[in-house]
Design a protein around this ligand. Structure first.
Ligand SMILES: NC(=O)c1ccc[n+]([C@@H]2O[C@H](COP(=O)([O-])OP(=O)(O)OC[C@H]3O[C@@H](n4cnc5c(N)ncnc54)[C@H](O)[C@@H]3O)[C@@H](O)[C@H]2O)c1
Length: 435
């Protein structure tokens, strides 16, 4: 580890006076809003990314994420920098690592981005720095993977450098909760690591919740997302059961929701999407296999949620069949390719699987998504059509997959010959099937 001349002020003083230099490794959905929030609080922020295009976008104050419109750059003046050069690490007081943690095809966590980022940080560290892992990951990552990597720099944790874990809980597109107002879990490898992590985040987040160890915070994050995945699976299973019973799952949920305690409504849909909810429960299940434990509920939830796109295709096929048409050669207009309303993100979106299945069956597929002008599916480029009554009229069947505001504010449902609605946003009518 290289030593540089110690600044005259202490770490605590620099953080509390907002004169500290903070780095964010990974300028994505999690990292960029965090970088902005630190810069808005007065810190001197450096975003580090291996993606040159993203770095250029930040340097040129361009927007590429829904939570960071161009206007948000205003007033930051020279406080927000971006670079691909890891040498910048040496100038920082604290940095957080917000790199991706995808799953491999066999559903094991791919920690290569964390390892690579930690290695690059380790070769550029200096004494006294706080490093906080923020990526979602399996229990044990901070202490078993990041810590030994950083220790290769020659420094000792809790003395020469400090290591914490503070999971990202951001919900892209959420108008009510931001980085500032979403309570933050923090943990440290030592008591001093925790204290410093807490001090850093208390500058930008209103509520800080310390955890006794990084593993508790890592597992809490996984449990939050698993809670969502399992409850969505329960709602999806209800939809499958209500279909057999010939009643509406939505009406059942609405009725059950009138109980003022002990019930939290979740809703069915075409499946799970985003890079968190479908992925994160498997981090927990994967790690527990090492302990001889099989996470049965997580596996069952996955099976149900992953089956939903095919169920939707079956519903489309049934609806067309009743109208005397096969999928092959039929014009289908899919509404919404993003995984949830009012975001650009198509990662793991179930709409993609619905589209793939319909294309394989010979459907003439077009899609409309004001948030996703283009998309690549299996090597083929598709472009969104405009949201107009004409487009709706031309389709033999319209499939509501993601309930973007634009569709709801300008509904053309009366123009449609047939609608299959997976979100219960189209009013009942002779031409409508709800899942
Ligand atoms: N997207 C969300 O809504 C969300 C919510 C909660 C938690 N998270 C978690 O946050 C983490 C980051 O997710 P994201 O959605 O921001 O990912 P992202 O793909 O949007 O962004 C990650 C960025 O990291 C960069 N990167 C990759 N390897 C790097 C390296 N070695 N050095 C520097 N930069 C590198 C990529 O170029 C990319 O710009 C993940 O663990 C994810 O699970 C995401």
């Amino acid at each position: 580890m290289t030593e540089v001349a110690s600044p005259a002020t202490t770490f605590d003083e620099r953080i509390a006076s907002r004169h500290a230099r903070v780095g964010i490794v990974g300028l994505g959905y999690a990292g960029l809003p965090l970088a902005m929030t630190f810069a808005e609080a007065g810190f001197d922020v450096t975003g580090l990314d291996v993606n040159e295009e993203r770095v250029r976008a930040v340097q040129e104050r361009r927007s590429y994420l829904v939570d960071v419109p161009v206007e948000r750059y205003g007033g930051l003046e020279e406080r927000l920098h971006a670079t691909t050069a890891y040498e910048a690490v040496a100038d920082l007081d604290a940095l957080t690592i917000c790199v991706p943690t995808p799953l491999s095809k066999t559903r094991s966590p791919d920690l290569s981005y964390i390892v690579s980022a930690a290695e690059s940080v380790a070769t550029n560290m200096r004494d006294g720095q706080l490093i906080v892992l923020q990526s979602t990951t399996h229990p044990g990552t901070t202490e078993e993977i990041v810590l030994p990597t950083l220790e290769r720099s020659g420094g000792r944790v809790g003395q020469d450098f400090f290591l914490g874990y503070a999971p990202e809980r951001v919900d892209p597109g959420n108008k009510h909760y931001s980085v500032k107002t979403t309570p933050k879990l923090v943990a440290g490898v030592t008591a001093e690591c925790l204290r410093r992590t807490q001090l850093l985040y208390s500058q930008i987040v209103e509520t800080i919740i310390p955890c006794s160890s990084p593993m508790v915070a890592e597992t809490a994050k996984l449990h939050e997302n698993t809670f969502r995945a399992v409850n969505i699976a329960l709602a999806n299973e209800l939809a499958l059961m209500c279909d057999r019973l010939g009643i509406s799952a939505w009406e059942v949920i609405e009725a059950a929701s009138t109980k003022p305690f002990g019930f939290l409504p979740h809703y069915p849909g075409p499946g799970l999407g985003g890079d968190c909810i479908p992925v994160v429960p498997h981090f927990l299940a994967w790690r527990l296999r090492e302990y001889g434990y099989s996470a049965q509920l997580i596996d069952a939830a996955h099976e149900i949620n992953a089956s939903m796109p095919l169920y939707v295709v079956q519903k489309i096929s049934d609806a067309l069949n009743d109208a005397g048409r096969p999928i092959k050669g039929t014009r289908l207009l899919l509404l919404g390719m993003a995984y949830k309303a009012d975001v650009h993100d198509t990662r793991e979106s179930p709409s993609l699987e619905v589209m793939r299945q319909l294309l394989q069956r010979g459907g003439e597929i077009s899609y409309c998504d004001p948030w996703v002008p283009q998309l690549m599916l299996d090597g083929q480029l598709h472009e969104s059509v405009e949201w107009t009554p004409e487009q709706v009229r031309q389709a033999d069947c319209v499939v509501m997959l993601t309930q973007h505001r634009q569709f709801l504010e300008q509904p053309f449902w009366n123009e449609a010959k047939l609608i299959v609605d997976t979100r219960n946003v189209v009013p009942p009518g002779a031409n409508v099937r709800h899942i």
